[in-house]
Write a protein that binds this ligand. Structure first.
Ligand code: AHG
Length: 336
């Protein structure tokens, strides 16, 4: 059989990166490979969602007051499980869980990192076969190694992330992750069951033609946000347009498209959700890190997302994220 040695798997890529740093311990590479393994398990179940009884509400309400679907629970257990049994992670925080979890054993207490994740984002789209995703972020712990991790490890500003990534379960399944050195995308090759490097060194185009926002909330947005959305709709050939509106309702899919093709994604505050809908730690911070490393920008409308000091695990935030020039243009409206 011919094996294409030019195509690197996720495991080969992380090992290759590790070899560039002779003093590295390999803990981050291990953690990223663990995430890839859990993603493959979740992908199998997501693919079967229309076939088996795993589909549908689990009948409980999560800490955000939202219905929990069975696949959310399955995904949560998979990601928590690989990290618990790995050697790199001292504890986790999950969008599905009220409190963070400390893996209080000797190996975990000596681990360097903590991980936060949203195991299945866009879960409202499961029942209708629309793309959903997983989002994660990795921080170096600030608590003393050798002891259980603490809440302070999880409440670090986003700029302290060591790595962040997402998996999009879509027409193909992709894992994209960023470290300070760059953003790389891996597509799951079903023939070998491995993520393979398909999008090396992703850069977010400086400009784009797509704006993504829930238009149904338009009359609940602040006037300055409405003015920007109006301007997006009035774009024509003479002023850099036309712009196109695209909104899937799965942030992972929406931001993934805009990261690759250029665009802006917005989830502003509304009258009903004065603090915003998206979670700072599980959704905004990881995407802000990825998009900034790729050359884009992310703010809450007033402040860089990555500079916000979190005070609670399940804190919400407004979010504006995307191509640099589009974000700069948005600022001219928000600063008026
Ligand atoms: P959930 O996981 O509860 O379905 O939330 C999805 C998130 C995010 O992925 C998406 O962009 C946004 O909520 C959509 O919210 P609206 O339906 O309010 O536009």
């Amino acid at each position: 059989m011919n094996v294409n040695r030019k195509v690197l798997t996720l495991d080969e890529f992380t090992i290759q990166q590790l070899r560039m740093f002779p003093n590295a311990t390999g803990e981050l590479s291990n953690l990223l490979r663990d995430m890839g393994l859990a993603a493959k398990r979740v992908n199998v179940e997501v693919n079967k969602a229309g076939l088996v009884d795993i589909l549908g509400d689990a009948g409980t309400i999560n800490v955000q007051g939202e219905d929990v679907k069975k696949l959310d629970i399955f995904a949560n257990n998979q990601f928590m499980g690989v990290l618990r049994h790995g050697i790199s992670c001292a504890g986790i925080g999950s969008e599905e869980m009220d409190e963070f979890v400390v893996f209080d054993d000797e190996i975990s207490n000596n681990s360097k990192y903590v991980c936060l994740f949203d195991p299945l984002d866009g879960s409202g789209n499961i029942d209708v076969n629309v793309s959903i995703g997983t989002i994660f972020s990795v921080y170096r712990r600030v608590s003393e190694r050798g002891k259980p991790c603490t809440k302070e490890d999880f409440l670090q500003p986003g700029r302290k992330q060591v790595a962040a990534g997402y998996i999009v379960y879509g027409s193909s399944t992709m894992m994209v992750y960023a470290t300070r050195r760059g953003v790389n995308g891996f597509t799951l090759d079903p023939s070998i069951g491995e993520f393979t490097l398909s999008h090396p060194d992703i850069k977010c185009p400086e400009s784009g033609k797509v704006y993504s926002v829930n238009h149904g909330n338009f009359f609940q947005y602040e006037d300055r946000v409405k003015a920007y959305i109006d301007a997006c709709q009035k774009k024509n050939r003479d002023n850099g347009g036309p712009y196109t509106q695209r909104y899937i309702g799965s942030m992972v899919a929406d931001v993934h498209r805009n990261l690759i093709k250029g665009g802006i994604f917005m989830y502003p505050t509304t009258i009903d959700k004065p603090k915003g809908k998206l979670r700072l730690l599980y959704e905004c911070n990881p995407f802000a890190f990825i998009v900034e490393v790729a050359g884009g920008r992310a703010t809450n409308g007033k402040q860089r997302i990555l500079d916000i000091q979190p005070t609670e695990l399940h804190q919400r935030s407004s979010l504006f994220i995307g191509s640099k020039n589009m974000m700069d243009e948005l600022d001219t409206y928000l600063n008026q």
